[in-house]
Design a protein around this ligand. Sequence first.
Ligand code: FMN
Length: 192
Amino acid sequence: MKILVLNGSPRRNGTVALLLKAVTEPLAAGHEVEWIDVSRLAMKFCTACMTCRETEACVLPEDDAHIVGKKIREADALVIGTPTHWGNMSAPLKLLFDRNVPSFMGESPGGMPVPRQKGKRVAIVTACTTPWPFNFILPESRGAIRAVKEILHYGGCKTVGTITQPGSKKAKGISASLAARANRLGKRLVRD
Ligand SMILES: Cc1cc2nc3c(=O)[nH]c(=O)nc-3n(C[C@H](O)[C@H](O)[C@H](O)COP(=O)(O)O)c2cc1C
């Protein structure tokens, strides 16, 4: 399977990257895994022209958002990682999704959303400094996961599972048990 990893953290070796590595570790042998550091992409902001809703393509000059959009469409499964930033996904990841509405969603003639990634399997990982259980009582990592799931919902994707590292400031890395859970999530991602 073609697995596309979207690291939404600007930190290449941060907590989200550790979680993403743990999810993809068991997949490296039998699958084609591509890793994208989203914050390193050159992408213009979405101008909200809404043309893509009619034409199914972004009218902006070709940049990395077009290139990664194609990779998203061609992937069999996605592993999406984001730090919690203001109770949401990171800005670079949000920009990639803003620029790729037609990769996930079309519109019927009557203006109803049409899913374009039906059944695509997705794993989500996130981290935040807020400790457990406040990261879920308050919309901290819960907010980040909800925001990513909003896009996946309109795409018709299947979220296979989520992994969160709360209290990341004190935790300094991820525990062996969290890494093992992430490994298991990776294996579930490619299971029929
Ligand atoms: C701009 C910004 C906003 C943040 N907002 C939140 C937040 O709303 N809630 C929270 O618990 N942590 C917040 N954090 C902390 C990060 O979620 C936390 O440091 C996370 O572990 C970073 O993961 P990384 O090392 O993979 O980048 C924020 C960090 C930054 C830089």
